[in-house]
Design a protein around this ligand. Structure first.
Ligand code: ZN
Length: 281
């Protein structure tokens, strides 16, 4: 199971939880945490109050194999499992205890394509979470994820943000950019430091980043063989009525709004999400 590294300040304060490699091959958050842990141990930072719990590698088996998950997508099974069977269900049962203890959760992920822009998910845009979002060093945030899935019984959410929301823990997911890029590690590291500064676990000054919030409108399931019509990248603009994908039968999928293509997956398997459409809020 995962290892935690905890630092405590002398004064009472907020308890922060930082996660990396919830998806085993998304290692920018792991490397960033390792750097910050080293710096705290070397007394390069001043501990003020509260505590921080680092979990640089949440899904160790998946991390060791450089894969997303061993048996499940861990970020879809974050709940209590009465009889945990898979590697990920066992991790979830341990991880939820950490989330329940935390006041603030920062879940660091990274993405699969080179040049991917970093962004944050704000699944629950409460005032507290929007304030938290302000200090995350990315320019784009995606809202509306729970809404687009709420009428779909086949796909359960059960992600870290949802579990946190249900247990009064502030939470954001940051997609720091392409896994293997140095910039993604830097985005992850600045996200960690800003969080620790903002909630006064470490002494330091936060710089805020202006945000564009995009609300997800729908996800598109790939129903049969076919492909996306362009080499779309995440956050590309699309026009209402623009054809986005075509099935081998000739049938096309069009954008219903002037907006953005979100997380296009050119290699999507049949019956999985191949892209999302979002609109600027
Ligand atoms: Zn991920």
């Amino acid at each position: 199971m995962f290892k935690t590294v905890v630092f405590k300040g002398e004064a009472e304060g907020k308890n922060i939880l930082i996660l990396g490699a919830v998806h085993g091959n998304e290692t920018a958050g792991t490397r960033a945490q390792q750097e910050v842990i080293k710096e705290i141990k070397e007394a390069q930072h001043i501990l003020k109050s509260g505590s921080v719990t680092f979990i640089p590698i949440v899904n160790e088996q998946a991390y060791n194999q450089d894969i997303r998950g061993v048996e499940d997508n861990l970020n879809r099974v974050i709940k209590f499992h009465e009889n945990p069977k898979t590697n990920e269900e066992k991790i979830a049962n341990q991880l939820i205890k950490e989330i329940e203890k935390a006041d603030i959760l920062l879940d660091l992920h990274s993405t699969h394509c080179e040049n991917d822009q970093p962004f944050a998910f704000i699944d629950y845009p409460t005032k507290e979470n929007l304030d938290f979002l302000n200090i995350i060093p990315v320019q784009t945030a995606l809202a509306g994820w729970p809404d687009i899935y709420k009428n779909n019984q086949d796909i359960e959410n059960n992600c870290t943000e949802e579990y946190a929301f249900l247990h009064q823990t502030r939470a954001l997911t940051v997609e720091c950019g392409y896994h293997k890029s140095i910039e993604a590690v830097q985005t992850a590291k600045q996200s960690i430091l800003n969080t620790l500064y903002q909630f006064e676990v470490l002494a330091g000054t936060v710089t805020k980043t202006e945000k564009k919030i995009i609300t997800l409108k729908k996800f598109i399931i790939k129903e049969k063989e076919g492909k996306l019509l362009k080499n779309f990248v995440h956050l590309d603009k699309v026009k209402k009525g623009e054809p986005i994908a075509r099935y081998e039968t000739g049938e096309k999928v069009y954008s219903e709004v002037d907006g953005f293509i979100i997380m296009p997956n050119h290699d999507a398997k049949i019956n999985t999400e191949c892209f999302y459409i979002g609109e600027k809020s």
